[in-house]
Design a protein around this ligand. Structure first.
Ligand code: IMP
Length: 181
């Protein structure tokens, strides 16, 4: 449970997200135009809304799979040690794969997942993140496609949580504490 009261200030509207996803989906479809089937891998849980909207805009044959990596838990700080809590159901050897992440923050999660999936020798492995906080980066990693670059703010909504809350907001908002420090 969050310890202090907070409010959420809208940062990126639902409309802007939808418009950006249309553009990204067009670029991705162009880049994988000749694929027989693209395996779209959502990183749980934060990407579940993003992946749902993205695949519906993708004019390609797709398969959807999920991977869960440990992240913040209930805290606001990232853990450098990434553990796989739930692995893919399907094989990706020789397949075209797109990893879908909600936010790249320190970069530890995406870096770890890329290395793990590369070791399974996919044909092509590409990554997309809805949000990127470049100033927070500790590992040199960048998604192939990014929805929005944002400043160093703690954000929620559109699938992204603060201590398991606020995932159901249709927009991205930043958390602002209203009391204390
Ligand atoms: P990284 O390993 O530090 O890049 O962290 C990535 C993960 O941390 C994301 O997939 C999110 O689950 C979580 N995260 C990073 N920034 C935020 C935030 O502002 N709000 C909520 N979760 C975040």
């Amino acid at each position: 449970m969050p310890t202090r009261p907070y409010v959420i200030d809208e940062m990126i509207s639902a409309k802007s997200i939808a418009a950006r996803i249309e553009d990204l989906a067009r670029e991705i479809a162009g880049s994988f135009a000749e694929t027989d089937k693209l395996v779209v891998v959502g990183l749980l849980r934060g990407s579940f809304v993003f992946i749902a909207d993205l695949v519906r805009e993708l004019d390609l044959p797709v398969e959807v799979d999920f991977l869960e990596a440990s992240s913040y838990g209930d805290a606001m700080e990232s853990s450098k040690e990434v553990r796989i809590l739930k692995d893919l159901r399907g094989e990706i050897h020789g397949r075209d794969v797109l990893v879908v992440e909600d936010i790249v923050d320190t970069g530890f999660t995406l870096h770890h997942v890329i290395n793990l999936l590369k070791s399974r020798e996919p044909k092509r492995l590409r990554t997309i993140a809805l949000l990127d906080k470049p100033v927070r980066r500790e590992v040199d990693v960048k998604a192939d496609w990014t929805g929005f670059e944002i400043p160093d703010e703690f954000v929620v909504g559109y699938g992204i949580d603060f201590a398991q809350r606020n995932r159901n907001l249709p927009f991205i908002g930043k958390v602002r504490f209203t009391e204390g420090d």
